[in-house]
Design a protein. Structure first.
Length: 401
């Protein structure tokens, strides 16, 4: 008899209890004076197989901690770890704290490889379905280019992490995504890596790298990853029967420059600036004014309160929403008036965007005397310059990006 089974285990409770009761009932029907004792435990990752021995007839009976016909726990543990951004070491540490014997390194990476293949296969199927939906919708709205290919609008953005502790470091990996405007579904997802541990180890040892799955696919800087990934996505669009006629994104000019020179139909792609990105940069510039101790007077910085910054961005957004109907020139005029509106002067306000008329204190004179209006107009100049690209008033869904 095995004296004890230390620690904790993960058990498929419904299966385990029913199997135990069924096993006990079946055995006592043929061996009435028996008692079942635990003889051994055999583990495969997080799955345990328990062998019981009858004290009377010495029969061995085996039961698993989960249904062997539908095993899940090992694969699920790897899936859960990857989904939360973890790795084998994180799973091992977590299980150690719970006093649960860990899955082996070999088994973990076996399931990781399987999941990777599954994810890629499912992603490819989802992308194909999304492309078909986008193509159907484009045809319904007669959005087809001269070659008869559906020409759609897409959101696109990229990310790479940064680390700063005394110095600034860019990550060795980056990702970017292209999303259909109408379906809000992924049409392309790409990842670039500048580093492969196996290749790096071989270089350090001055020996050829062994055969392996190498993830290194980028030699440029981290800042060029986004543009390179999106160019790849635009190049592959025709494989799904689409062309991306409008790119809704941030103000990264490198992306458009590469698309126009490296994508076969790139010269026909129209850039639409994302309103969210534009106003985010505008707000950032306003806070920079507030922090500018040397170039902005104290009173001007006091006037530019967080509430005023919020109102400036909000009113500017409302004006941009009117741009398509009132024209670019009128839009610029109204945005110029926003500065005075927010600080209490409503002589030239338009009701569609003025939410500040409840202000009784007109601070326009102080704004002018402190020179604050010059700084705010300088921040607004970048918004005004982009009005032609902002006229469709498109905003990228931040939850996707």
């Amino acid at each position: 008899m095995k004296e004890s089974v230390p620690g904790y285990r993960i058990v498929q409770i419904d299966y385990f209890i029913n199997k135990m009761l069924s096993m006990q009932k079946e055995h006592t029907s043929i061996c009435t004076a028996s008692k079942l004792l635990l003889k051994s435990e055999k583990r495969v990752g997080l799955v345990s197989e328990y062998t019981f021995e009858c004290t009377s007839c010495v029969k061995l009976i085996t039961i698993s901690s989960e249904n062997p016909k539908a095993p899940k726990v090992n694969k699920a543990s790897v899936w859960g770890t990857l989904s939360t951004g973890g790795c084998y070491a994180h799973l091992q540490e977590f299980l150690s704290v719970l006093d649960i014997p860990s899955i082996s390194n070999r088994l973990y990476y076996k399931y990781q490889a399987q999941l990777s293949e599954n994810f890629e296969s499912i992603l490819a199927e989802d992308i194909q379905r999304a492309a078909q939906k986008e193509a159907e919708l484009a045809k319904q709205f007669n959005e087809v280019d001269p070659d008869g290919i559906p020409a759609i609008s897409v959101y696109a953005d990229g990310r790479w992490s940064k680390r700063s502790y005394g110095h600034s470091y860019n990550a060795l990996s980056g990702t970017a995504v292209i999303i259909g405007m109408r379906t809000k579904q992924v049409l392309y997802l790409g990842v670039k890596n500048k580093y492969c541990s196996i290749c790096a180890r071989a270089v350090n040892r001055n020996e050829p790298a062994k055969e392996h799955l190498c993830y290194k696919n980028h030699d440029g800087s981290a800042t060029t990853m986004e543009a390179d990934i999106l160019v790849d996505g635009f190049k592959q669009s025709e494989h799904n029967g689409l062309r991306y006629k409008r790119l809704i994104g941030d103000g990264d000019t490198n992306v458009m420059a590469k698309i126009r020179t490296m994508v076969p139909y790139g010269s026909t792609v129209e850039k639409v600036e994302c309103v969210n990105h534009c106003l985010k940069n505008f707000t950032k510039n306003l806070y920079a004014i507030k922090k500018n101790v040397k170039g902005v007077t104290l009173r001007a910085r006091q006037l530019l309160s967080p509430d005023k910054i919020k109102r400036l961005a909000h009113s500017t957004r409302k004006v941009l929403a009117l741009a398509a109907s009132i024209g670019n020139a009128r839009c610029r005029d109204l945005i110029s008036q926003v500065v005075y509106c927010v600080f209490g002067s409503h002589e030239n306000c338009v009701s569609e965007y003025c939410f500040n008329s409840d202000q009784k204190n007109n601070m326009q004179a102080e704004v002018l005397s402190t020179g604050l209006h010059h700084h705010i107009f300088a921040a607004l100049s970048s918004v005004m310059a982009k009005i032609p690209q902002l006229v469709p008033f498109e905003t990228m869904p931040q939850s996707y990006l």
